[in-house]
Design a protein around this ligand. Sequence first.
Ligand SMILES: *[C@@H]1O[C@H](CO)[C@@H](O)[C@H](O)[C@H]1NC(C)=O
Ligand SMILES: *[C@@H]1O[C@H](CO)[C@@H](O)[C@H](O)[C@H]1NC(C)=O
Length: 209
Amino acid sequence: MKTAIFSLLALATSSLAGPVVAESQLSPRQLESQADQLDTLLALVQTHTGNINSTTAAVQDNPSVDQQNAAAAALAPDFNAITSALTSATTLLAKRAWEDTVIFARTGGDDKDGGHGGGKDGPNKSCAKECLLVKIELLVWEIACTIKLVIIKLGLACVLQILTPLLLALVGLIKALDKVVLGLVIVVKALLHTILGTVAGALLALIIW
Ligand SMILES: *[C@@H]1O[C@H](CO)[C@@H](O)[C@H](O)[C@H]1NC(C)=O
Ligand SMILES: *[C@@H]1O[C@H](CO)[C@@H](O)[C@H](O)[C@H]1NC(C)=O
């Protein structure tokens, strides 16, 4: 009888252990989880930029207007997928960024969440702000260089309608992350102008920073 109660208790404890531990580790790992999300986002973006690159490479040089429009239509699903990925990442990361601020401000004061104490010496800062910046720059490079490749091959006119929401979504993400990585907007603005300035000035002019 006693054994039965014990094993029942063990079962209950083990089924609880998972979620409880995961939750208590969430707060000190905020920055890292943002880094993870950026990794996931970059991987997703790369599958689409990969498709975009091969679709673009398959278009013959100096395409006619019809060929440009056909290529733009073929590219649209991948560009739109990037746009939605950026938009949902913004919603998620903006929320996290806000939680970050609250959490770090709080642990600086009282030791409210001492529950996970055992052996932990503060938040895991293996991917702190500099590391986030590098990941964000990689993401911006990947997107901007792919856009540049497409514009050089097809011209801006046929893809302007597809690229405008994409660029606005990218800027939205950067603005949300600027709360975590101060000065990010300035860095990315310069990066976009460096990569796209000569080929997509008209596109960049649409952005209100
Ligand atoms: C697509 O092409 C651009 C421009 O050459 C490059 O920067 C980017 O890394 C490429 N992406 C993939 C996934 O091949
Ligand atoms: C922090 O995270 C990194 C990478 O995920 C890991 O290698 C390292 O062991 C972690 N450090 C601590 C103290 O948890």
